[in-house]
Design a protein around this ligand. Structure first.
Ligand code: HEM
Length: 339
């Protein structure tokens, strides 16, 4: 990514937009941050943005301003705060100081870094899936497909990243494993949130999160929100499909029960292989992608610790095998044999 440099004199784009500001009697836009603050900026031009910060409607003034937005988004207009640097913008001091190996073993740093990278991707996935749900519920097929493409690309990256950890031999891992105590990916809050966004409703996960902790609250909140499947059913309704009311009005905190009525609607949606069918296929990709990650993870676990118990207290690989085919969209799989 290009460094965000402080600028001494206003670039031409700032002057252009600054002139527009005079016309519209709003404070100078050169002081407004760019892409990461779109939501606020568009609102101030009378526009509306979605939960993910994407523009839904420019508003009257925003439409006039549209030709200049690309200049801003491409970096033509920058935050003029003189102290902003690449490092401060990305909080690199915090990020690069957040690795605390508990041993002197060479390989422990890799173990920490890769988990942190995963957590960052989990964060991004949660962000994208939130945006995807907004698009689906608005019946916006192009943007839903666009976001799905990004989600699937990230999934490919995180599956491929297992390769890096597999360069660590069992002996290298054993050299510091004892220092991990009871910590384990089992306790990844964001992974549980991700599972909840994909429809998992299983109170057993709370065993690892004491009552009243922010992590537990976040997971519980995710389990009470519409899952991606719920948003997909709402999307199908916007596309004119006769989704059963029982499915649309179900208790969101309860696990999804596969439904033949819903499967009939899905088969109808596949009838012409158009928009709704394309979205459904990408959701199948997503389900398969997560299963792929689970498979690569358990194989990595097997080759690294064999049949040993996990640090989190589970039986280890044999437990993980029971999760590999967990599915977020069982109905989309069930209809395959009827097509
Ligand atoms: C040498 C590397 C790794 C080993 C040996 C390992 C081992 C394990 C084991 C044994 C479990 C079962 C729970 C337990 O008893 O601890 C587990 C769960 C888990 N691990 Fe790993 N892991 C490794 C790397 C990773 C990485 C890089 C991630 C990325 C975030 C990760 C994420 C998870 C998650 C999310 C779970 C919970 C899965 C579930 O319950 O469905 N693990 N891991």
């Amino acid at each position: 990514m290009a460094a965000v440099e402080p600028v001494g004199s206003p670039p031409p784009a700032s002057r252009l937009v600054g002139a527009l500001d005079c016309l519209f009697h709003v404070p100078p836009i050169v002081s407004v941050r760019c892409s990461s603050h779109r939501f606020g900026r568009h609102r101030r031009f009378g526009g509306r943005a979605d939960r993910a910060g994407r523009l839904l409607d420019d508003g009257a003034v925003g439409r006039l301003w549209r030709p200049f937005r690309s200049l801003c988004d491409s970096g033509g207009v920058t935050d003029q705060h003189p102290s902003l640097t690449y490092s401060s913008y990305l909080a690199l001091d915090d990020l690069l100081a957040a690795q605390h190996p508990r041993s002197d073993e060479h390989d422990e740093l890799l173990f920490i870094v890769i988990h942190q990278v995963y957590e960052l991707w989990f964060k991004q996935l949660l962000h994208e899936i939130g945006g995807l749900q907004v698009h689906l519920e608005a019946g916006d097929t192009p943007h839903a497909l666009h976001t799905l493409r990004r989600v699937l690309t990230i999934l490919k990256v995180i599956v491929a990243q297992v390769d890096v950890l597999e360069t660590m031999t069992p002996r290298e891992f054993t050299s510091f494993r004892g220092r991990l105590d009871a910590s384990s990916g089992f306790q990844s809050e964001q992974f549980r949130e991700l599972e909840a966004a994909l429809g998992r409703r299983d109170r057993r996960v709370f065993e690892h999160y004491p009552e009243g902790t922010p992590g537990r609250d976040r997971i519980a909140a995710a389990m009470a929100r519409p899952s991606l499947l719920d948003s997909f059913l709402r999307y199908l309704r916007t596309q004119g499909y006769d989704v059963p009311a029982a499915a649309l009005e179900r208790d969101l905190t309860a696990p999804w029960e596969p439904s033949e009525d819903v499967q009939r609607v899905l088969l109808a949606a596949y009838g012409d292989d158009a928009g709704a069918a394309q979205v459904a296929e990408r959701l199948v990709d997503l389900d398969e992608g997560l299963q792929e990650w689970r498979y690569r993870h358990v194989k990595m676990v097997e080759r690294t610790i064999g049949a040993k118990m996990g640090t989190g207290g589970s039986a280890g690989a044999s437990y993980l095998w029971t999760t590999v085919t967990r599915s977020a969209f069982p109905d989309l799989w069930a209809i395959r044999s009827q097509m």
